[in-house]
Design a protein around this ligand. Structure first.
Ligand code: BGC
Length: 425
């Protein structure tokens, strides 16, 4: 028998501006990608040209059967120099939001998804105590202009990602080679990090140790800056757009342990999630992003077992993680959960279909047990720019030929669309 979802359930897919739009020239990532010694395998360039093709892409989602779209607004476009707002870019995003409306697609908008304006990095980036106020000011501007078209806003994407990045770096030093963050990091180029930072320093005009882009190791103070930015942005958004529901998103593994690893697992939950709960308690919803599990033993994180199926990212194929994380989060946060990202990088689309089915089974069980889940946004709508790893990792429900920018819906896209139409698995 089909498993039915609540009538109001949102079915959609996610993207992030820098990963799909193309030519995000005022952002820090653009600069980092185009340096001679860049650790990026390739620059984002015109990406998948979503900046120009958003109308067709949104219409396509609606045709597929989806009823929601999570995308991000690019701060570097809206405020290319500090205090200078680009009216034409506000109009661009108004068009995107209106395209959603015309297609009966509920937008879920992220206001910061990893990339920042270059000027912010010159002013101390995500370690500066002035950044929360600067971010809140940008949020006030966007929401004052467009808030009435936005029912849901995520202030910051994966506000906790630096914890995972720190773990990656540590593991690289220890040469153990298992993944530590749910994002594309180019491990092969780690050795050239020093030269890269020297170049970055020149490009941004700050000392090498002070290039604080969002996806960089973070001090305790930097972590507090990010969560403070969320809190100040939330207050600013509520002031100008009181009807908008506000949340943040976090990157969360399903943290498990084998006998003897319980204390390590407890510590990992604390470090990656529980310590941030006080900042989130007043949110309207929680944005949950999950891709796999992390298993701890007595000596720390265990490598993915050799006989496990893995994805192009080296993650274990483990869709059961999603439901488990919904349950864990709900024990600490009494608010509805929006699944803002979940997916796998693979060229075998049959595995993506299997992943979706199993992940959704877990979500359905949670809902049946009384947990409130508002929607499921698959990562990603289209194959796109996976940060330092470039275009080689394919997470999309839609394939993109980057020479022609032609789109082809994959069977997994048709599959998720059918689930959305029937509101059942
Ligand atoms: C990020 C996305 C990224 C995805 C897959 C998440 O960490 O929000 O930007 O592409 O994971 O690695």
């Amino acid at each position: 028998m089909a498993l039915q979802f609540p009538e109001s359930f949102l079915w959609g897919a996610s993207t992030a501006a820098h990963q799909v739009e193309g030519n995000n020239t005022n952002s820090d990532f653009w600069l980092m990608e185009n340096l001679e010694g860049s650790v990026f395998t390739e620059p984002s360039g015109s990406a998948v040209d979503h900046y120009n093709r958003f109308r067709d892409d949104i219409a396509e989602m609606a045709k597929m059967g989806l009823n929601s779209y999570r995308f991000s607004i690019e701060w570097a476009r809206i405020e290319p120099e500090e205090g200078q707002y680009e009216a034409s870019e506000i109009e661009h995003y108004r068009e995107v939001l209106l395209a959603c409306k015309e297609n009966n697609i509920t937008p879920i908008v992220t206001l910061h998804h990893f990339s920042s304006p270059q000027w912010l990095i010159r002013l101390g980036g995500w370690e500066s105590a002035d950044t929360p106020a600067r971010f809140a000011r940008y949020c006030t501007h966007v929401m004052g202009e467009l808030g009435e078209l936005m029912p849901y806003v995520c202030t910051i994407n994966e506000a906790n990602i630096s914890i995972g990045i720190k773990k990656i770096m540590k593991r690289y030093e220890l040469k153990s080679g298992s993944p530590g963050a749910q994002v594309g990091m180019n491990m092969e180029k780690m050795a050239q990090m020093q030269t890269y930072f020297a170049e970055l320093s020149k490009a941004f005009g700050v000392p090498p140790t002070e290039v604080h882009s969002f996806l960089a190791p973070r001090s305790e103070q930097g972590l507090a800056v990010i969560f403070q930015a969320h809190v100040e942005a939330r207050a600013a958004i509520r002031q100008v757009s009181p009807q908008t529901k506000v949340g943040v998103t976090l990157s969360l593994y399903d943290i498990q342990s084998v006998p003897g690893g319980e204390e390590n697992a407890r510590h990992a939950w604390q470090e990656e999630f529980v310590q941030f709960v006080p900042y989130l308690q007043d949110d309207d919803f929680f944005g949950l992003q999950n891709y796999t599990r992390a298993v701890y033993g007595p000596d720390g994180l265990l490598p993915v077992s050799e006989d496990a199926e893995t994805t192009q990212m080296g993650n274990e194929f483990y869709p059961e993680a999603l439901g488990a994380v919904v349950r864990y989060v709900s024990t600490h946060l009494k608010m509805p959960i929006m699944i803002t990202e979940n997916g796998i990088a693979t060229d075998d689309d049959t595995r993506r279909i299997a992943f979706i089915d199993q992940a959704l089974k877990g979500v359905h069980d949670c809902i049946a047990d009384g947990f409130q889940v508002l929607g499921y946004m698959h990562w990603s709508l289209m194959d796109n720019f996976e940060w330092q790893l470039g275009f080689s990792k394919r997470f999309g429900l839609i394939e993109v030929d980057r020479t022609t920018q032609e789109r082809t819906i994959k069977p997994s896209g048709i599959h998720l669309g059918n689930i959305a139409r029937e509101n059942a698995i």
